[in-house]
Design a protein around this ligand. Structure first.
Ligand code: TYM
Length: 328
């Protein structure tokens, strides 16, 4: 039996190269080695207000992006979270064993809730529990994600271990897969922040569907630093970030890149980086047009049917172990 992968992305905003380099490319690389489940987590999306028509459209668009990125529906299971209601059910169960204190420590709630506890949604607070449910339902061994999800993964592990200890083993304890390079692509406008779908400044992120001239403009406007040399130096995060993107887009080694840019200026780096990103994105942007809605719906329906069987078996086991079923 192959070991299992589960991962997902929210159908909000537009996917950017951080999402691709931190997560999606690893989903593609790992999909044949593992039995893989890639989810469109629309129930997570509604923890912040969404326009219903836009959310519907973005949900289908995200499926298109998964496929264009190279996820093969013949190999991996692709589905929409709300199509498998066991996610919400297990989240309820896990919310009964999770502790307020451990959720209070989640940094993403503090960021997204903007520090305003009184106004922040309860769903935003319990968001990591739904994420744990997503993962644990599938007896997942490996969860390929970017660095920003590390803390959520730790909570998922803690909840699995707690349940297994208190009620008997129902869950595999999942390991995160966080790539050594590309797990934290930074904003082009403020290298103190990660590149984020929800950034209000569109110049901060390169979106997967950006036109070539938009990509070039954004890279040209990217902030740099006061140094002049083009080297991988983590104490200069803006240039380090641009070089990391260049490295991942071209496949050239850090050493090759430093030699290549020796004696050249930031302008030169930006021009070549823009060319590399545009070139890298071209086949992906071509493929996105290939999938019509009917085809996507068919893949998602099939995916949900397959996912539901595994999810139901886990939930039945959980309910039995807790005494929730079996009274009659
Ligand atoms: P989401 O939709 O914010 O992001 C999708 C994936 O992209 C990664 N990522 C990044 N990687 C590198 N650099 C960045 N700047 C960057 N920004 C985002 C994220 O780490 C993620 O892997 N909570 C999750 C979705 C989710 C999930 C799950 C993931 C729900 N349930 C279960 C794994 C397993 C999220 O909001 O991802």
């Amino acid at each position: 039996m192959k070991r299992r992968i589960f991962s997902g992305a929210q159908p909000t905003g537009s996917l950017h190269i951080g999402n691709y380099l931190g997560a999606l490319r690893n989903w593609v690389d790992l999909q044949s080695e593992y039995e893989s489940f890639y989810c469109i987590v629309n129930l997570h999306a509604i923890t912040l207000p969404q326009d219903p028509a836009t959310l519907r459209q973005k949900t289908l668009d995200l499926a298109r992006i998964y496929l264009a990125a190279g996820i093969d529906p013949e190999v991996s299971t692709i589905f929409i979270q709300s199509d498998v209601s066991e996610h919400a059910e297990l989240a309820w169960v896990l919310s009964s064993i999770a502790r307020m204190g451990e959720l209070e420590r989640m940094t993403q709630f503090k960021d997204k809730g903007k520090g305003n506890r009184e106004r922040a949604g309860v769903g935003l607070f319990t968001y990591p529990i739904l994420m744990a449910a997503d993962i644990l339902l599938y007896q997942t061994h490996l969860v390929p994600v970017g660095k920003d999800q590390k803390q959520h993964l730790e909570l998922s592990r803690d909840l699995a271990e707690r349940f297994n200890r208190d009620y008997g083993t129902a869950f595999v304890v999942p390991d995160p897969f966080i790539p050594p390079v590309g797990a934290n692509i930074l904003s082009l406008q403020d290298p103190a922040k990660k590149m984020s779908k929800s950034d209000e400044n569109p110049n901060a992120s390169i979106f997967l569907l950006d036109e070539p001239d938009t990509i070039a403009k954004k890279i040209k406007r990217a902030v740099t630093d006061s140094g002049t040399t083009i080297v991988f130096d983590e104490s200069r995060p803006a240039i380090h970030n641009l070089l990391t993107i260049y490295h991942l887009m071209t496949g050239k080694s850090a050493n090759e890149i430093e030699v290549h840019f020796q004696g050249k200026g930031y302008g030169h780096l930006k021009t070549e980086l823009a060319e590399a990103v545009v070139e890298f994105m071209k086949p992906f942007q071509e493929r996105v047009k290939d999938f019509d809605d009917a085809h996507l719906n068919e893949i998602l329906k099939k995916g949900a049917a397959k996912a539901r069987i595994i999810a139901r078996a886990t939930l039945d086991d959980v309910y039995t172990k807790m005494g929730v079923v079996g009274a009659t």
